[in-house]
Design a protein around this ligand. Structure first.
Ligand SMILES: [Zn+2]
Ligand SMILES: [Zn+2]
Length: 290
């Protein structure tokens, strides 16, 4: 059973150090849930999500998985670049941060050149990597929304047709180490579709699982429930991480960034996660709990 959609934990309580750990049974939403959207795993934190005719990618390219994390298959990479098969008609790519296991500047440039209608949403640090790449093409800027956000800055809305998206910079795991502090790691909350069919997703990059980063943005989290989040797996293997997910109004999680050798505590956790290249999930839109 995944988390209860009720029992929303107060972030203030978390900050005060309360364990605030609810064990409510999850209501069985499967009968009422609508199978209108799906997610497909690419590798590491690379995910394609689609709802209706809208299709988006998160962190689809990488330089390396460092031998620890999975890399996109050759078949996926060529289909992606060609915009064929499952990867036909991608509307937008969201980059969480410019680390090499999440982002490849030359592949991103090549992809945008090959797919002339794709829009890119990425932090400034990813833009800078592309601008110093020999294949850089300044004309691509017209299709980019670049986020140059500081830690603690208010969430930003991203203007895209057919996609409602916001970004907030949340510290990279390992905070407050200096080399982690400087990373522009973005947490995206994205609503695809409209009205009853809308489904809201969240991609968190390598977010740090400490409540102090989330509390200042409580109005942002309260503004909308997230149907499905893709947190890095370390949120799922810690009580603190799970409590943060509840506090930021996440109803269901599918863990990503799972090492090739799946950690034992994750495998034993009964949490859902992506670990097999190409695997898919329906993105369930639960009944309203308003
Ligand atoms: Zn990272
Ligand atoms: Zn990473």
């Amino acid at each position: 059973m995944r988390y209860a959609v009720t029992a929303l934990t107060s972030l203030s309580l978390l900050l005060a150090g309360a364990s605030a750990y609810a064990h409510d049974a999850s209501p069985d939403v499967s009968d009422e849930a609508l199978h209108i959207s799906s997610a497909r795993y690419i590798a590491n934190e690379g995910v394609m999500a689609q709802s209706g005719h809208v299709k988006i990618l998160f962190d689809p390219f990488q330089v390396t998985g460092f031998g620890t994390y999975q890399e996109p298959s050759a078949a996926d990479l060529s289909a992606l670049m060609a915009g064929q098969g499952e990867f036909e008609g991608v509307d937008a790519v969201f980059i969480s941060h410019a680390h090499r296991d999440h982002f490849s500047a030359p592949q991103m440039i090549g992809y945008m050149q090959a797919q002339a209608s794709v829009h890119l949403i990425a932090p400034q640090q990813a833009l800078e990597m592309m601008q110093t790449d020999p294949s850089w093409d300044a004309a691509l800027m017209a299709r980019m929304s670049i986020l140059d956000m500081d830690y603690g800055e208010a969430p930003q809305n991203i203007a895209l047709s057919g996609i409602e998206a916001t970004a907030v910079r949340i510290a990279h795991a390992g905070w407050p180490a200096q080399h982690r502090k400087v990373v522009q790691n973005m947490v995206y909350r994205i609503t695809l579709g409209e009205g009853d069919e809308a489904v809201t997703l969240m991609h968190m990059g390598d977010a740090d699982p400490q409540a102090v980063h989330y509390v200042p943005h409580i109005d942002h989290w309260d503004a909308r429930d997230t149907d499905t989040a893709f947190p890095p797996y370390w949120f799922l293997t810690s009580a603190q991480g799970q409590a943060i997910l509840r506090g930021i109004k996440v109803k269901r999680s599918i863990g990503v960034h799972v090492p090739i050798n799946v950690p034992e505590d994750l495998a034993a956790s009964h949490q859902d996660y992506f670990s097999k290249l190409g695997e898919t999930r329906d993105l369930l839109k639960g009944p309203s709990h308003e």
